[in-house]
Write a protein that binds this ligand. Sequence first.
Ligand SMILES: Cc1ncc(COP(=O)(O)O)c(C=O)c1O
Length: 424
Amino acid sequence: MIFQNTLEFARELDAKDALREFRHRFFIPQHDGRDCVYFTGNSLGLQPKTTSQYVQQELDDWASMGVEGHFQAKNPWMPYHEIFPKQLSTIVGCKENEVVVMNSLTVNLHLLMVSFYRPTKERYKIICEAKAFPSDQYALETQVRFHGFDPGDAIVEVKPREGEHSIRMEDVLSTIQQYNQSTALVLFGGVNYYTGQLFDIKAITDAAHAAGAYAGFDLAHAAGNVELHLHDWNVDFACWCSYKYLNSGPGGVAGVYINERHAANTSLPRFAGWWGYTKETRFKMEKGFRAIPTAEGWQLSNAPVLSMAAHKASLDIFEEAGMERLHAKRKQLAAYLHFILNDINLSQNEKVIEVITPANENERGCQVSMLMQKDGKKIFDELTKQGVIADWREPNVIRVAPVPLYNSFQDIYRFGNFISSLTN
Ligand SMILES: Cc1ncc(COP(=O)(O)O)c(C=O)c1O
């Protein structure tokens, strides 16, 4: 499609957008009586207008039934988490027995490493991306130390080459090959939080397996954003949060995928709790942990129902919108934003913005990271004053993420207009 940097053109794209009505299902923050340009769905997704009803239902059942709600509530709390696998398996591409909703992201990363990072004297390294999200870095560092290894030796980071921003897949694969005798785990983000680079999850998984290591992924910036086929790609495990692209509220309950060949292996080491115990006999309260032979076998605690209700509100919207339509619109939104930023550079006869997110649509999701060539922070602050909600990362990066459920092509046009006037 040939894009144009005009309001009429953006309006035309919105008029043709099959998902345009979904915007009205969300509360859009306001500025001076107008919708903000909300481009931080990669940080905290917006609140669906139905969320309060879903949460209220559980509050009402709690008020009227007390503990009986575990069995008598409209959505009984005891098996509440069982409502998620069907919808989530479509979003992350897996079987229903491979996915479970529990805890929060970093907690789950640790729990999964208990099972999948079991280093020996010979095989103890973790290969990861440089500039992984800090919480992941701390999780890796402390897991390595916990097992008595030195993070400086055990953690191998794959970096972008000098003068480049993305990590080349050939460098990821050659690093895995280089350490194929000593690597226990390859752990990458699906999409890097800083650059927005989408990694080739299948190729990384294949390379890790060829090296005799497990492959795990932090999908915080990928779940609900990019196409995922975790089962078909044979990924060992993955985890993600629900408050970014999945719009389930601040600190919302998180998701975990465990390939069924591991999930069915009830002897795989783990840190257990009663909610992972075989359901039929859980309430006999006997000694000796017996795991559920699915991803549910990693659960520790009973379901945080209020947070799960908010998650359900959002997943119902995802189901209605459909992943195929969401991916098609997401690609078009990102392409339009890339076009507009390029148009700003061209019209100003100098590169005022360097887009550090890959130009190839197969190597990115919604997010576009802009390395501002000058006055980055000043421009960012001014954007905020004008009602653009974006995200600032030191030293000079503005991250924006138009998401297909509630962003419009006019949002992108308006954003471009602001950037154009602020960089002139
Ligand atoms: C890639 C990534 N990993 C981990 C985290 C930490 O998540 P949580 O605070 O939910 O554990 C975040 C938070 O934004 C993230 O983006």
